[in-house]
Design a protein around this ligand. Structure first.
Ligand SMILES: NC(=O)c1ccc[n+]([C@@H]2O[C@H](COP(=O)([O-])OP(=O)(O)OC[C@H]3O[C@@H](n4cnc5c(N)ncnc54)[C@H](OP(=O)(O)O)[C@@H]3O)[C@@H](O)[C@H]2O)c1
Length: 357
């Protein structure tokens, strides 16, 4: 017998949730129930679905609901999250509204699934940029204990939803046609085509953005390390799908490049991580570049490959030559899959495995 499953929100994250539930053959009893602000028919993945208008009775009879709506006071989680739990559902929420509430577990299954108990009814998925950084660093943290992280992100426009994807397409076409880009400042504060914008989410009085504070606070909560030093700069770049991060990590104990490569290349010790580092094993790459030192490294373009699409890819692992016990690394992942939908579906799978659902 399967479960009665709903998905609230049918933007890019809702679309990936539907694809993943089908791809991974999550045991759904009957049809998935899709919900949004208004009723319509919509293609998600490769199938046409009926989308229901959300109302007070929407959650009746459902066992599990994935939330993928807008954040904020009038957003889906604030409006409907507690109502879904009252109706008897377990909620797995992609939004940020409850992530820092003490009784709301913030979960990456590879890292801290044990914070979920039989009484848990509402589980939060971390922010996309936090998920990939924590999956990459957790195996190293286990061995050498993190002291300080300095991270700069290169985040794709799909992280801001469907409207942002359309904005990059429109501006790029206009500029390539020799026209001036017509910007919609309610999406990005500057032109995004052929540009990088060091501004994601709202600015706070400190000068940091909310996205940067999410990386600090969520990472501390997931690792249960309230004093971990984290220094982020988050940047929107003109890439459609996939986020990249340049991470400098300092540890309490020795951690050398070779140790990190060994740990991150071992799927038992580093679940969800694929290490793509060192001299390129493909002789044609070396020949093409005429360089015997030609290295391999991951980029967001690699995320279309079947074996990488749900993984966190790491590479460019180097000793930091300026301080002791520190490394630089490059980290890439699909913000809509591992950064959102894959993580949420993996949580649900783990709940099933543990008899919690
Ligand atoms: N995009 C990412 O990389 C990413 C990564 C991690 C987490 N997240 C989070 O995941 C969530 C979804 O992201 P997205 O990019 O798919 O967003 P999106 O493109 O803005 O889509 C939001 C969807 O939610 C529905 N919705 C919004 N407010 C609602 C409400 N009050 N009641 C019912 N439905 C509502 C919308 O309905 P209509 O279609 O009817 O307007 C739409 O289908 C957000 O909270 C986001 O912060 C996103």
């Amino acid at each position: 017998m399967g479960l009665k499953v709903g998905v609230l929100g049918v933007g890019p994250v809702g679309d990936r949730l539907v694809r993943l539930l089908n791809e991974r053959k999550f045991p759904v009893d009957g049809d998935l129930k899709l919900m949004a602000t208004h009723e319509r028919e919509e293609v998600l993945g490769d199938k046409l679905y009926h989308v229901h208008k959300i109302d007070e009775n929407s959650f009746k009879g459902l066992d599990l609901v994935f939330f993928a709506g807008k954040e904020g006071a009038k957003g889906a989680s604030t409006e409907w999250g507690r109502k879904a739990v009252k109706s008897g559902c377990i909620v797995i929420d992609n939004g940020g509204d409850f992530r820092m509430y003490p009784n709301y577990p913030l979960v990456i299954p590879e890292v801290n699934m044990d914070v979920v108990t039989k009484d848990t009814r509402y589980i939060c998925n971390p922010n996309c940029s936090t998920i990939q950084m924590v999956v990459a660093l957790a195996p190293l943290h286990k061995v050498a204990r993190l002291r300080r992280i300095v991270v700069s992100t290169y985040q794709s426009v799909s992280g801001h939803g469907e409207a942002a994807i359309e904005e990059l397409k429109k501006e790029s076409a206009q500029i390539l046609a020799g026209e001036t880009a017509e910007q919609n400042p309610s999406i990005f504060p500057n032109q995004i085509a052929f540009n990088c914008i060091p501004h994601i989410d709202k600015f706070l009085p400190s000068g940091y953005t909310k996205e940067e504070m999410k990386m600090i606070n969520e990472t501390r909560k997931i690792f249960d390390e309230p004093n971990l030093l984290i220094n982020p700069t988050t940047v929107r770049v003109p890439v459609f799908y996939g986020h990249s991060e340049s991470i400098n990590a300092e540890f309490e104990l020795p951690m050398e490049r070779q140790d990190a490569i060994e740990i991150l290349s071992d799927p038992q010790r580093s679940p969800g991580v694929v290490c793509i580092d060192g001299i390129n094993p493909d002789p044609s790459a070396i020949n093409n570049r005429c360089d015997p030192n030609e290295c391999q490294f991951p980029t967001t373009a690699d995320l279309v490959k079947e074996e990488y699409k749900d993984a966190v890819l790491v590479g460019r692992i180097r000793n930091d030559t300026t301080i002791k016990n520190a490394l630089n690394l490059w980290c890439v992942s699909d913000n809509l899959r591992k950064g959102a939908a894959t993580n949420a579906v993996q949580i649900a799978e783990e709940l099933l495995k543990r008899g919690l659902l």
